[in-house]
Design a protein around this ligand. Structure first.
Ligand code: GDP
Length: 368
């Protein structure tokens, strides 16, 4: 049995964690957190951290003891410098809480790249975890909608760089912009995106702790994640009827199944494919042919097969990337955003128009 730690930082991280707990409790009831037992096979500890108490209160499926509020008025207002300072001031409380939860085989830290709290707490937290423990720590990082504004874009660029430099063992990317075709208003897009991410992570946890017909395990996952440029993403496909297993595998690495925009055949560096389903649908020949096709362009592909009686095929792919043109594009936008902010600041400093207006009443008093 694996001991797994999952931390959700900031609003986005908290909500994805809550979606994981909702799916793991296997109940849609809002009282599930009070009486239900999580259906994890592994020992999974979930912990939500936030400076904004309302974000923590909003969580419906995560127990109160698993929510830590770090008081700082109403959050850190998308300012990563403030966020870093608040983390440092509260570091010992946060790390003590984590220590009390025992030791782990693997940890995931979930956050958005672009807000204030999650994006600034995550690199510092991972650095602390890596210094104090010897288990692998992976970051699950959500990229912003590109139209969310200059501050979010610049935060995303710096946060991702800081997370990469934190000693993290790998970064799994999910991109709101790419996934927004989920449709609906922003809130329901968030819910669908969170559910997609949660479902993939739970499938992964379940697989790492499974008795498989063909084994992939934590060691293989670590090897996959250490390949490429330290950046990865996850793909998934779930059949709702009988489909040839080769089709299910293709869909799990196709744009419709991925959390981040990449051409797997051009950008992936290592991969892990986990296949679940009824024995009758798991043709070993078909699986081998498809996996060989993938390894021709990707390099190494680990495969795992889990037999689940009566279930339609489901396939998860973990892909590390050696290049990511979408990320280059994001950084290009971020540079524009940083320059816009810089110019605005300089204009305000140079331009004393507002001060001139105020100076007109200098020395005067209101007359009634
Ligand atoms: P923080 O609380 O200060 O860490 O900030 P947030 O986590 O709210 O970060 C803002 C970014 O996260 C924006 O790019 C939002 O689009 C994104 N975001 C906020 N909530 C969610 C959510 O529930 N799901 C997803 N996928 N993205 C979210």
């Amino acid at each position: 049995m694996l001991n797994i730690l999952m931390v959700g930082n900031g609003q986005c991280g908290n909500r994805i964690l809550d979606s994981i707990n909702r799916q793991a409790f296997g109940s849609k009831s809002r009282f599930a957190k009070f009486y239900a037992k999580q259906q994890y096979k592994s020992n999974v500890q979930t912990l939500a951290i936030n400076t904004a108490v309302n974000d923590l209160k909003e969580m419906k499926y995560t127990k109160a003891k698993d929510r830590i509020h770090i008081p700082h008025l109403h959050g850190v207002g998308a300012n990563r410098n403030v966020g870093r300072k608040v983390f440092d001031e509260n570091k010992s409380q946060i790390m003590r809480n984590l220590d009390e939860r025992g030791s782990f085989d693997i940890a995931f830290v979930i956050t958005s790249a672009s807000g204030g709290t999650g994006s600034s707490f995550t690199p510092s937290l991972i650095r602390e975890l890596k210094e104090q423990n010897d288990y692998p720590v992976y970051a699950v990082v959500v990229l912003p909608f590109r139209e969310e504004g200059t501050l979010y874009l610049q935060n995303a660029a710096f946060a991702l760089r800081d997370i990469r430099g934190s000693g993290v063992d790998g970064i799994i990317l999910a991109d709101n912009q790419y996934l927004k075709q989920m449709g609906g208003d922003v809130e329901s897009a968030y819910d669908s995106i969170n559910e997609m991410i949660a479902k993939r992570l739970l499938f992964l946890l379940d697989s790492l702790d499974s008795e498989m017909m063909m084994v992939t395990d934590l060691g293989d996952f670590k090897t996959v994640m250490s390949g490429g440029a330290g950046i990865a993403t996850i793909g998934y496909y779930e059949a709702d009827g009988e489909v040839p297993i080769r089709t299910a595998i293709q869909k799990a690495v196709s744009p419709s199944g991925l959390l981040f925009n990449t051409n797997v055949y051009e950008e992936a560096s290592r991969s892990m494919i986990i296949i679940k389903g009824d024995k009758s649908s798991l043709s070993i020949d078909e699986i081998s042919t498809e996996v060989e096709k993938l390894s021709d362009s990707v390099g190494h592909v680990f495969k795992g097969i889990i037999v689940r009686k009566g279930e339609y095929p489901r396939v998860l792919s973990v892909l590390t990337l050696e290049s990511a043109s979408e990320l280059e594009e994001l950084y290009h936008l971020a540079v524009g955003a940083i320059n816009t902010e810089k110019e605005k600041k300089e204009r305000v400093q140079e331009d004393k128009e507002v001060d001139k207006a105020f100076s007109q009443i200098e020395g005067l008093e209101p007359q009634y």
